[in-house]
Design a protein around this ligand. Structure first.
Ligand code: PXP
Length: 251
């Protein structure tokens, strides 16, 4: 059965938009709390929680990762770049698995897959250190057999196929079927090479159906659309709750 990994980075993005400069330990209410969001996602059926600790700490903070490790009851999937500083934290926190991703300070979100061929030696070192600690390593790559082959050669047991190009092809039937074909091919190639196959990026309530029709995946990692949908289905209730409070406290 395909698992659902819920990426909660965007709950931290929203928190940081308001509370970036609040000192740790401040008594004011800092919201939303990504840990609370993770626990709610688990209640909804999330099989794992994904959080990306970026080098610029633009959303998730070190304390979030530690708190998630202690409080969630599913699996913790830490996304990280091949950065020695983040590696140290990963080895200390020991998430259930790590997904190695490329990171570029100017990007809004992760833009492309990691180039395992170009960065082979460096990435192999990260796979080795994390694996030695018992952390299963996944590598986020474009759906290309040559990248998959190299991921296998450097000892990664898992890959996450980048589905962003498929998502971006929505509305263009020929580009979409080209991307679906690439993903199906890559998923088959990876499975034939004994790798666990995950997928993620840009998957939403509309495009997930056609994606699942062309290949089977161990896990789909999905974030932005869940947080967006949560806003859409939650604003009415949240507004009504506050309206009730205001009415109840009228002088
Ligand atoms: N997988 C990886 C490796 C990612 O970097 C991201 C984005 O943070 C996702 C999955 C989730 O993408 P989205 O937020 O578009 O669902």
């Amino acid at each position: 059965m395909t698992k659902l990994g819920v990426n909660i980075d965007h709950s931290a993005t929203l928190r940081q938009a308001r509370y970036r400069d609040v000192a740790a330990g401040s008594p004011i209410i800092v919201e939303p709390d990504p840990v609370e969001i993770a626990l709610l996602a688990e209640k909804g059926g999330a099989d794992s929680i994904t959080a990306h600790l970026r080098e610029d700490r633009r959303h998730m903070l070190d304390a979030d990762i530690r708190a998630l490790r202690g409080k969630i009851s599913t699996k913790l999937n830490l996304e990280m770049a091949c950065s020695p500083e983040i590696l140290e934290i990963a080895l200390e926190v020991a998430p259930d698995y790590v997904c190695l991703v490329p990171e570029n300070r100017m990007e809004v979100t992760t833009e492309g897959g990691l180039d395992v061929i170009g960065g082979r030696e460096k990435i192999a070192g990260f796979v080795e250190k994390l694996s030695a600690k018992g952390i299963a390593v996944s590598i986020f790559i474009d759906p290309e057999p040559s990248q998959i082959q190299t991921a296998k050669e450097i000892g990664a047991p898992m890959v996450e196929l980048h589905t962003g190009a498929y998502a971006n092809a929505w509305g263009d039937e020929s580009a979409k079927s080209r991307e679906l074909h690439r993903i199906a091919n890559a998923a088959g190639y990876a499975r034939d090479h004994g790798l666990t196959v995950n997928a993620g990026h840009g998957i939403n309530y509309l495009n997930v159906c056609e994606l699942m029709a062309v290949a089977s995946f161990n896990e789909l990692n999905i974030g932005h659309t869940i947080i967006s949908r949560a806003l859409a289905v939650g604003v009415e209730k949240a507004t009504a709750e506050l309206k009730k409070l205001i009415r109840a406290n009228e002088r």
